[in-house]
Design a protein around this ligand. Structure first.
Ligand code: AMP
Ligand code: GLY
Length: 427
C-alpha cells in the first residue's frame, strides 16, 4: 500500500518513522515533510493547505491511505475532500473536527451529555464577560473559541488580568478565532494527555503521556506548542484510564454519533486529574506534538493497520501493542522561541546523538540542503529516547542532546521532572 502522511512537524516525522516499520507499507510519502522525514519517506512539495494538490497526488500515485497530521486542514475539511474523491483517510471530517475547532461547541456538547469538564460561559461581548468574571473571581481561564496554535487559552491569576484578557481576545488578538470566548472555572490537579483511536462506533485506548507546555525549566515562562513529553504518564493509573474511557471518551463518541457527527480518527483528550477523577480540559482531533513522538517510540504493533482499521470502521477487531519501556522526548528549539527567531543555522552532531543507546532524533522544523541540516522553524528537533524507567530515558535523551552541536538552539533541562520525582519516591 502507498501511504501519504500530510504535515511537516515532529509529529509527522514520528508517524513516518513508525509507518516505515509496517510490512503493509510498500511506499511512503510525506507532504511536504521536513529535513529528517526523507530518511523514511519521499517528501513531496505540496503544502498542507493545498487540498486540490493533495487530492490530485493521491489519485495519481494511488495512495491507499492518507494520514492527516495537523488540526488546521482537518477543521477546514481536508478529510472530507479526500473521502469525496474516494481516498481512504485517517482523520475526522470537518463536522467532527469541530471538537477542536470550537471550544464553545466542545463545552456545550459536554454540558448536554454530562461529560466532566470545567464550568463555563460563552461570550461575544466584553462588558458581559467582565461582569461574569467579576462575579466568579480569580483564578479563572479565558479561551478564544477557535484555533489559535495552542496559544488561545490564558490562565488568569487576577480578575483585572482576566477582564483585560477577555477584552483583548474579543478585540481581535487572535482574529476571527477570538470573535467568541469561553470563560472557564480554573481546575486544580495534575495534567495528562490521553489518546484513543475512534472509528465512529468503537474506541481503542492508546497510551498516555504528559507534556511540558512552558518554555522554561520548572514549568515557567510563556506557553509553547510543547517542549518535551514522556510516556506513560504515571498519574494515569489503570483506574484513571478506565474512568477516562467510561466518563469522557465513550460518552463523547456516542454523543458525536447521535448528533450526526460521527468521530473517526485519533481523539486526544487533555485532562486534569482532580480529586474527583479525570476532567476534560480540551479535545484535540489529532496526535499531540511532541506526545506523538513518545507514543510512536513505544508502539509495537502495525501502525498502518491500526490507522487503516480506524479509517475503515474495523476497530472492533483491533488491538494495539506497546512496549512496557518508557519514552521521553526533549524538544530543541531555536533561540528566541516562542518569540521571534532566525532560520538557517546549521545543526551538527546528529549522528553522534543517534549513537546513544535507544535514541532517535526526530525532526520538526528542519530542512536538508547539500547534505547539511538547517534549522527552519521554532521547534526544530525532538530527541527521543527509550529506557527502562523515565529516569533512564531522560538520561539518554540528555546525553544525546549534549552530542548535538547547535549553538543557535536551546532546550529545557528538566523534561520529565514530575515522573522522575515519583520514580525516586517509589524506589
Ligand atoms: P488548552 O489550550 O485548553 O489546552 O489550555 C492550555 C493550558 O491552559 C492547559 O494545558 C492547562 O495548563 C491550562 N488550562 C486550560 N483550561 C484550564 C482550566 N479550566 N483549569 C486549569 N487550567 C487550565
Ligand atoms: N503538545 C500539545 C499539542 O500537541 O497540542
Amino acid at each position: 500500500m502507498h501511504v501519504l502522511v500530510i504535515g511537516s512537524g515532529g509529529r509527522e516525522h514520528a508517524l513516518c518513522w513508525a509507518l516505515a516499520r509496517s510490512p503493509k507499507v510498500a511506499r511512503l510519502s510525506c507532504a511536504p515533510g521536513n529535513g529528517g522525514i526523507g530518511r523514511h519517506a519521499d517528501c513531496v512539495p505540496i503544502g498542507v493547505d493545498d487540498f486540490d494538490g493533495i487530492v490530485a497526488f493521491c489519485r495519481r500515485e494511488e495512495v491507499g491511505l492518507a494520514v492527516v497530521g495537523p488540526e488546521v486542514p482537518l477543521v477546514d475539511g481536508l478529510a472530507d475532500q479526500l473521502s469525496e474523491a474516494g481516498i481512504t483517510v485517517f482523520g475526522p471530517s470537518a463536522k467532527a473536527a469541530i471538537l477542536e475547532g470550537s471550544k464553545a461547541f466542545m463545552k456545550d456538547l459536554c454540558a448536554r451529555h454530562g461529560i466532566p469538564t470545567a464550568a463555563y460561559r460563552r461570550f461575544t461581548e466584553a462588558g458581559e464577560a467582565g461582569a461574569y468574571i467579576r462575579a466568579q473571581g480569580a483564578p479563572i481561564v479565558i479561551k478564544a473559541d477557535g484555533l489559535a496554535a495552542g496559544k488561545g487559552a490564558v490562565v488568569c491569576q487576577t480578575v483585572d488580568e482576566a477582564v483585560a484578557t477577555a477584552e483583548d481576545i474579543l478585540g481581535g488578538r487572535f482574529g476571527e478565532a477570538g470573535a467568541e470566548i469561553v470563560v472557564e472555572e480554573f481546575m486544580v490537579g495534575e495534567e495528562a494527555s490521553f489518546f484513543a483511536l475512534c472509528d465512529g462506533a468503537t474506541a481503542l485506548p492508546l497510551a498516555t503521556a504528559q507534556d511540558h507546555k512552558q518554555v522554561g525549566d520548572g514549568d515557567t515562562g510563556p506557553n509553547t506548542g510543547g517542549m518535551g513529553a514522556y510516556s506513560p504518564a504515571p498519574v494515569m493509573t489503570d483506574e484513571i484510564c478506565r474512568q477516562t474511557m467510561e466518563r469522557i471518551i465513550l460518552p463523547t463518541m456516542r454523543a458525536m454519533a447521535e448528533e450526526g457527527r460521527p468521530y473517526a480518527g485519533v481523539l486526544y483528550a487533555g485532562l486534569m486529574i482532580t480529586e474527583d477523577g479525570p476532567r476534560l480540559i480540551e479535545y484535540n482531533v489529532r496526535f499531540g506534538d511532541p506526545e506523538c513522538q513518545v507514543l510512536m517510540a513505544r508502539w509495537q504493533s502495525d501502525l498502518a493497520e491500526a490507522l487503516l482499521a480506524t479509517a475503515e470502521g474495523r476497530l472492533a477487531e483491533h488491538t494495539a501493542a506497546w512496549t512496557e519501556r518508557c519514552a521521553l522526548t526533549v524538544v530543541m528549539a531555536t533561540n528566541g522561541y516562542p518569540g521571534d527567531y532566525a532560520k538557517g543555522s546549521e545543526i551538527g552532531g546528529l549522528e553522534a546523538a543517534e549513537a546513544v543507546d535507544g535514541v532517535t532524533v526526530l525532526h520538526a522544523g528542519t530542512r536538508a540542503e547539500d547534505g547539511r541540516i538547517l534549522a527552519n522553524g521554532g521547534r526544530v528537533l525532538g530527541v527521543t529516547a527509550l529506557g527502562d524507567s523515565i529516569a533512564e530515558a531522560q538520561a539518554r535523551a540528555y546525553q544525546a542532546v549534549d552530542a548535538i552541536d547547535w549553538p543557535e538552539g536551546f532546550c529545557r533541562r528538566d523534561i520529565g521532572w514530575r515522573a522522575v520525582a515519583r520514580e525516586g519516591a517509589e524506589s
